[in-house]
Design a protein around this ligand. Sequence first.
Ligand code: ADP
Ligand code: MG
Length: 311
Amino acid sequence: MNEFELIRRFFARQPVSRADVLTGIGDDAALLRPPPGGQLAVTSDLLVAGIHFFPDADPVSIGHKALAVNLSDLAAMGAEPAWFLLNLTLPEADERWLERFCQGMFGLAREFNVQLVGGDTSRGPLAIAIEAHGFVPEGKALLRSGAKPGDRIYVTGTLGDALLALRHRRGELSLSEGDLATAAARLDRPKPRVREGMALRGIASSAIDVSDGLLADLGHILERSGTGARIFLERMPLSPVCRAHLPEAGWDGVLAGGDDYELCFTVPEMNIAALEKLPFAGELRCIGGIEPDHPDQRRCPGISRQPRRRE
Ligand code: ADP
Ligand code: MG
């Protein structure tokens, strides 16, 4: 199978067809119509076999995750996903692998109505780079830089589950079959918080997605906003599985792990009432508040900040 056949068979036919895609796959460039008055949010993420995922991982999960991490970045901007590009290097044209990869990627694409509009394909070590584009109304994007002292800090969902699954696979701890299934779903098939991000426009003062661990990512908000923060361990949202394994896994796994793909965001007091009216308000947890920056307090005793985890 040559490159053209591969593109035609696996990528040219796809489940999403948007009216704002004037020319998708098949010409030298895609022609797209952004909405009038909207701003374009653009992001990309590179996944390399052996670094970001196990080379023998389920291709459905690889396809899902490659798109999910990009949609999560758009969610953290409050953007509505629209289009994406796929740059792929493959050691060989393994049809079964490609079918399953597409199943994972297009399954998520369908869920969020985001259309594949182009990319590039080459032989090489397995690596997947996706670039995703989304829309946000003028001036409404959620930036990292908007947090102010007095704002409350929230997270969606629960933290720490994905790292448990990773540590099980690395042989660092042992989960029961049921616990592993729950944790592995978080690691392999993260659900980007797109609807939440869009609903937080006009309510949150800053936002980020938790891809490198809460401390690191909240740290980016604090750095860009020039503030400090106080967070409370006892308020951390933990799943039953994570809570059960906390004694052996430790708080590092919750705070300095990664791959949670939840949103961490700040909300000024005057917007709390609006926040509490959101349909997913029950899934949000206030974990602390923004404070003025105290350079002498920039340490978290007992918690080591880890660089971005690689598998
Ligand atoms: P060019 O030589 O101009 O780069 P290609 O032969 O690489 O063109 O690609 C032909 C068409 O297929 C283009 O529209 C391109 O965007 C699309 N395409 C190539 N690889 C992929 C891919 N992995 N996913 C989606 N579209 C792709
Ligand atoms: Mg090309």
